[in-house]
Design a protein around this ligand. Structure first.
Ligand SMILES: O=C(O)CCC(=O)C(=O)O
Ligand SMILES: [Mn+2]
Length: 201
C-alpha cells in the first residue's frame, strides 16, 4: 500500500506497558477536563465522538463560534490540563519539528462512533506535522488527497499505532469509518481513544 507523500503509519509504536501508562495519564486528564460532545458549526448537529484536550490550547467547536482553539475548557472554564510527558517525548522522537505541540485533542470513540472525511486546517503553523496515537479498539482509517474527491485508501489502526500527517500530506483529507468492537483489551469498557498532537501557532 502506497500512502500519500508525507503520511506515515508506525504500527505498534507503543508497547502494551506504554499504552497502559498513557491510558492512566489520559484518565487523569479526563477527570480534570471532562469529555464533551462537540457540535457542527451552523447546524448544531452532534458529532458521534466525545472529546477533551490537554496542553496550552484545546480544539473546540460549537454552533455559534465554530472550529477554533482556546486555552480553556468550554464547560468548566478552567485551563486545559498539562500534556503528559510521554506525548511530548513521542513528538520529539517522531515529529522532526523543533517547536513542541500546544494542543492534544483527545477523541473518545464508542464502538458506534466515526469521524467523517476532513482536513486538519485550524492551525496557523502548517509546517508542523500532525501526530496521532491510537489506543483501544482497532479502527478503519481512511486517507485521501488534498481535494475531497480524490481517491482514498483505507487501512486499520490498532492500539499503539501512530500516524503522522506531515509535509505534502499535512492537509490530506482523512477520517475514521468504523470501530471494530472487542479488538483490544486495553480499555475496560471498549471503544477507542485517539490522541491528536498539533502545533497551532
Ligand atoms: O481518530 C483518528 O484517528 C483521527 C482523528 C482526527 O482526524 C482528528 O481529530 O482530527
Ligand atoms: Mn483530523
Amino acid at each position: 500500500m502506497q500512502l500519500p507523500n508525507g503520511i506515515r503509519h508506525l504500527p505498534g509504536y507503543l508497547d502494551r506497558p506504554a499504552q497502559e501508562a498513557l491510558v492512566e495519564a489520559i484518565r487523569a486528564v479526563v477527570a480534570d477536563a471532562p469529555l464533551f460532545t462537540p457540535v457542527m458549526p451552523g447546524t448544531g448537529k452532534e458529532m458521534s465522538v466525545r472529546m477533551t484536550n490537554c496542553g496550552s490550547l484545546g480544539w473546540v467547536t460549537d454552533r455559534q463560534r465554530g472550529y477554533r482553539y482556546q486555552p480553556t475548557h468550554p464547560a468548566t472554564g478552567r485551563p486545559w490540563p498539562a500534556m503528559p510527558q510521554q506525548l511530548l517525548d513521542f513528538w520529539r522522537d517522531i515529529a522532526g519539528y523543533e517547536k513542541l505541540p500546544e494542543a492534544c485533542l483527545v477523541n473518545f470513540y464508542g464502538d458506534d462512533a466515526r469521524m467523517g472525511l476532513h482536513q486538519d486546517r485550524d492551525e496557523q503553523d502548517l509546517n508542523a506535522p500532525v501526530l496521532s496515537v491510537s489506543l483501544g479498539n482497532t479502527c478503519l482509517f481512511r486517507v485521501g488527497g488534498l481535494n475531497r474527491n480524490d481517491r482514498t485508501l483505507s487501512f486499520k489502526l490498532a492500539s499503539g499505532d501512530i500516524v503522522v500527517l506531515g509535509g505534502e500530506g499535512r492537509l490530506c483529507f482523512h477520517g475514521v469509518d468504523r470501530i471494530y468492537p472487542a479488538t483490544s483489551t486495553l480499555l475496560k469498557n471498549g471503544g477507542r481513544i485517539n490522541l491528536t498532537l498539533r502545533r497551532v501557532n
